[in-house]
Each structure stands twice: as C-alpha cells, then as structure tokens.
Design a protein around this ligand. Structure first.
Ligand SMILES: [Zn+2]
Length: 121
C-alpha cells in the first residue's frame, strides 16, 4: 500500500508525509489458535513506508510473530497443566477412597479384636 501525492510516493503510515524508501510485507495471521494448519493461513500485505517506518513496521511485525509463538506455547503449557491437574485429581480421589476403606477395615478389625474371646472346652 503506497499512497501517491503527485508523482511522489509517500509513506503509508498515517500522519507521515516522508517519501517511501522501502516496502514491508506485513503478514497478518488468519487466526491465533495453535492449530498448525491455521498457522500457515496468513494474508501478506505489502506496505510502502519511509526509512523510519520501514524499520518500525518490521520491528512491530517481528514482535507480533514472537507474541503469537509465545501465545501458542503458553496455550500448550496451559493444556498440559490442565491434563496434569485432572490426572492428579483422579489419583487423589482414588487415594482418598483407599484411605477411607483402610480406616473402615481398621475400625472393623479393632471392633473384632475387642470382642470377648470364647474359649472352647
Ligand atoms: Zn513514515
């Protein structure tokens, strides 16, 4: 996207009237999900900009791609944490059930041991 004023090409950044010195190809993600197929879906938009804005737009694009990768990594960590917590909760429930059963077995054994013994003659 290059704005023209007369024969001069002007920077596409709003408010900047400097001459175009380069083109930045900005990749816009179609989605922010972690799906690998979706990661390949991007729209690339060429933008003409002055020297300062070429550098700034390039920096912002790199930052956006880094943030996207970080977001996807964070989502993977969260999914793993959820699965781990779910497994731990299941293990805890099983352990609590076993502890309750052990307490019941112990109480029954103590009750049986406390009964008067009948000695057969
Ligand atoms: Zn500019």
């Amino acid at each position: 996207m290059v704005r023209r004023i007369g024969k001069l090409q002007r920077c596409a950044v709003q408010g900047c009237r400097a001459a175009v010195s380069g083109v930045v190809e900005i990749e816009l993600p179609a989605t922010w999900t972690a799906d690998e197929a979706a990661l390949a879906l991007t729209a690339t938009v060429p933008v003409g900009a002055c020297r300062w804005h070429v550098a700034e737009l390039s920096r912002r694009q790199r930052a956006m791609h880094t943030a996207r990768r970080d977001l996807i990594s964070a989502l993977e960590v969260i999914e793993l944490a959820i699965a781990t917590e779910s497994a731990l909760r299941a293990d805890l429930a099983t352990t609590q059930d076993r502890a309750l059963q052990a307490q019941a077995d112990l109480a029954e054994a103590e009750w049986t041991a406390a009964l008067p013994r009948v000695v057969a003659r």
